[in-house]
Design a protein around this ligand. Structure first.
Ligand code: THU
Length: 128
């Protein structure tokens, strides 16, 4: 049976606004109440203003009042499973800490890891 979080990320990916790269990404974040918040990448003609699926999902969740998270799923159509970019790792660390990250593609290939392994020795509020 498919993980509901991955299924949500696959569905969100369909809404990707990837006009320039054609590279569609979907993300889903689960909060401690079990609620799932989704996002897709939203590109911009200036390129630099593009926002990744992971940041859209976590910012949507924060704006809905969610504050504690358990898992994040990221889906793209790549055989080599697509991980969050560096900027997204920083943002996810800030709001989610060392949560499980599930990477998946459309063929059902899946790999799960902790954010801390993708983003060791992070700078965060504990330094301030
Ligand atoms: N992208 C994401 O949305 N998440 C990732 O984890 C990697 C990259 C998007 C940004 C851009 O719209 C496109 O993929 C190509 O970089």
């Amino acid at each position: 049976m498919q993980d509901a979080l991955v299924a949500a990320a696959i569905a969100a990916r369909e809404n990707a606004h990837a006009t320039f790269s054609k590279f569609k990404v979907g993300a889903a974040v689960q909060d401690v109440t079990g609620r799932i918040h989704t996002g897709c990448n939203v590109e911009n003609a200036t390129y630099g203003l593009t926002v990744c699926a992971e940041r859209v999902a976590i910012f949507k969740a924060i704006s809905e009042g969610a504050r504690k998270f358990t898992r994040v799923a990221v889906v793209a159509d790549t055989d080599n499973l697509t991980p969050p970019c560096g900027a997204c790792r920083q943002i996810l660390w800030e709001f989610c800490g060392d949560v499980e990250i599930v990477l998946s593609n459309l063929q059902g290939k899946t790999e799960t890891m902790k954010l801390g392994t993708l983003f060791p020795r992070a700078f965060d509020a504990s330094f301030l």
